[in-house]
Design a protein around this ligand. Structure first.
Ligand code: SF4
Length: 314
């Protein structure tokens, strides 16, 4: 990796931004059926710092072994417009969807400064007929509403808003530097009004933290009212790297839940099957009551086996 790591581009609020020379921005997935065939992650690391973020381990590939560095040292991938157009053209010819933000958020604060995601969308404008999905927790995506609406007229586009709770105080503890849930909903509504298809991603559902029926019902209803066309959810995945970090957070903020999680995730990155089945049924019922169509399962990095995860994030 060393030859690809560039120098410091900027430093602010205690976050260092460094260049990462990427050969390609798009990564082709092979072998495994997924709802998308290509992934693109313009940034490595994410300063929004969600306590449950499953992508923390990816910094280890860059020689950053402290999980906190994930939110303090952000790597910015650069790509020439002509290269992006060529890569997106290949994706279109494959007929497979491109997923932007499978690992780190493409609209994290770095995007306001470096605009790599914006450049991907501008390149996509020159490749009509694409299938493109974007997943974000940021209201910054509203900046690109006009461009996304234009893309949506000539390509298949979906912007997926990741919102775990409407409780702003709880969200601040869980997702300390992500925009408030109401701001994300506001951006969802703005995009929907502009004609951009949007979805609610309740990802992750955190056992005994955000899985209460009243909270989920309110979240699903608010997103539906704002214009989300579909809702997708998944129970927390605790892979190595994230597990230790998240349990440390629980011990500080929700100490009574530590033994509960140790039992629920005993020897596995996945929650116990019985819990997952029960949570799945509960959210499905609430989503239906909110007026969403039947769940269309979305496979994200957390669903892929470990040996496949690198290609989802690269
Ligand atoms: S916004 Fe997404 S990528 Fe960023 S820290 Fe949160 S979960 Fe991770």
């Amino acid at each position: 990796m060393a030859p690809r790591l560039g120098g410091t581009l900027d430093e602010r609020r205690g976050v260092e931004y460094r260049e990462l020379r990427a050969l390609r921005l798009l990564n082709r997935l092979r072998d495994r059926p997924m709802p998308f065939g290509w992934t693109a992650n313009p940034y490595r690391g994410c300063e929004m710092g969600c306590r449950y973020c499953y992508a923390r381990y990816t910094h280890e590939f860059l020689g950053q072994n402290d999980a906190r560095q994930f939110e303090r040292r952000i790597f910015v991938k650069r790509a020439e417009p002509s290269t992006l157009v060529a890569e997106l053209g290949r994706a279109r010819r494959s007929g497979l969807a491109v997923a932007l933000g499978t690992a780190t958020d493409p609209y994290q604060p770095a995007e306001a400064r470096f605009g790599v995601t914006r450049r991907v969308l501008e390149a996509a404008r020159r490749v009509p007929g694409l299938r493109l999905s974007i997943t974000t927790k940021s209201a910054l995506v509203e900046r690109d509403a006009a461009l996304l609406a234009e893309l949506a007229r000539r390509s298949e586009v979906s912007v997926n808003f990741s919102i775990t709770t409407l409780d702003a105080e709880l969200a601040r503890r869980l997702e300390p530097r992500a925009p408030r849930p109401d701001l994300r909903l506001g951006a969802l509504g703005a995009l929907a009004r502009a004609g951009v298809p949007t979805a609610l991603f309740v990802m992750p559902v955190l056992p005994h933290v955000t899985d209460d029926e009243a909270g989920l019902r309110a979240l699903l209803a608010a997103a539906r009212e704002a214009g989300a066309r579909s809702a997708v959810w998944n129970v927390l995945f605790l892979r190595s790297g994230t597990r230790e970090f998240f349990l440390e957070f629980l011990a500080a903020e929700f100490p009574g839940l530590v033994p509960v999680y140790r039992r629920l995730y005993a020897g596995s990155a996945y929650a116990a099957r019985a819990y997952v089945a029960e949570a799945d049924a509960r959210v499905a019922g609430l989503a239906e009551a909110a007026g969403f169509p039947a769940r269309s399962r979305c496979v994200r990095a957390a669903d892929a086996p470990a040996e496949r995860q690198l290609s989802l994030v690269w």
